[in-house]
Ligand binder design. Structure first.
Ligand SMILES: [Zn+2]
Length: 318
């Protein structure tokens, strides 16, 4: 195996599939993307993915040493199969690891996209040199990955723990996970929107096209209701993160995702809640920090998945 590798990274999301060539330092050399069109079926999406990889390889003139995949989950990283994924209807049991291996004759590895992003931040980003790291992404949902000593933490049967669905308030809104008031149902972007919509008077002038991002902008402009929504969001983010500090006492919690683009609105409040609630653990030693790899964290993560499996002492399927 060469000491420097070029990896084709594949980030499979509900709305788009991104493909990139990533070097051994986690730099994106080139990238391209296309809509997932999940309901047109797996075979067509696989074809498009193969074409995109060929396109990048031929434009760059660079051979690839392997392929890493980060996919919206649940997925089975060690068999390469896709599980029962809400955003990928009809794809259950399909195996992109096997199929891309057959198409390109290089080693292929896959992880859940949050674990992939966690690996990227732990290896090449804000969590570099942290032994115990929890990555949390807050966007349309709340995803997470736990990295211990550079390796993905797995539960029984290699399961991916779903930190985004831990319970915060049993009187909260219902979620498909089975809980009422899990963290995602209270603190993901759509929760901010539905809370504000439920509180806004009929004549509230900003009702159209509300998103978490828009609410944060309105809060900066001084809109009273948006400020309350930010306060509420801060509280729920803070409670969930305080739970992580108490449960794991990690070296760092790295925060990413679209809602965290407005992190400056939340961070002071989050730190205050942690300070007030985590008195039995050395909470001040846990660094709360922002993801540093930017828009391409998931794509870079997909490449890191490959290094984790084949060069970093990560486990192989048995
Ligand atoms: Zn849930």
């Amino acid at each position: 195996m060469p000491t420097r590798q070029t990896i084709a990274a594949v980030d499979i999301g509900g709305t788009k599939i991104a493909v990139g060539l990533i070097d051994s330092d986690g730099r994106v050399l080139s990238r391209v993307e296309s809509p997932t069109q999940a309901d047109h079926g797996y075979a067509k999406a696989l074809d498009r993915t193969i074409k995109m990889i060929h396109e990048l390889v031929s434009t760059s003139g660079q051979a690839i040493d392997g392929i890493g995949i980060g996919s919206t989950g649940p997925v089975y990283p060690l068999t390469g199969e896709i599980g029962d994924v809400n955003f990928l209807p009809g794809w259950q049991g399909e195996n992109p690891v096997r199929d891309l291996q057959q198409a390109f004759h290089v080693p292929v590895a896959m992880e859940n996209d949050a674990d992939a992003a966690a690996l990227a931040e732990a290896g090449w980003g804000a969590g570099k040199n942290k032994k115990r790291l929890v990555y949390v992404t807050v966007g349309t949902g709340i995803g997470s990955g736990i990295i211990l000593d550079g390796r993905v933490y797995r539960g029984v049967d290699y399961a991916h723990p779903e930190i985004g669905h831990h319970l915060i308030d049993p009187s909260g809104p219902p979620c498909l996970c089975g809980f009422r008031g899990c963290w995602e149902s209270l603190a993901a972007g759509p929760a901010m929107v539905s809370w504000l919509e439920s509180k806004a008077l009929p004549d509230y002038s900003h009702r159209a096209n509300l998103t978490a991002k828009r609410i944060c902008e309105l809060a900066r402009e001084g809109d009273a209701l948006a400020l309350q929504a930010v306060q509420r969001e801060t509280r729920y983010l803070g409670l969930g993160l305080a739970n992580l500090v108490t449960l794991f006492t990690p070296d760092a919690i790295v925060l990413g995702g679209s809602v965290m683009k407005s992190a400056d609105l939340f961070l002071d409040g989050i730190r205050h809640i942690i300070c007030e609630s985590c008195r039995y653990v050395p909470f001040a030693r846990t660094e709360i920090t922002l993801a540093s790899l930017g828009e391409d964290t998931n794509l870079i993560g997909a490449a890191r998945v490959w290094h984790h499996r084949f060069t970093g002492g990560g486990e192989r399927a048995s």
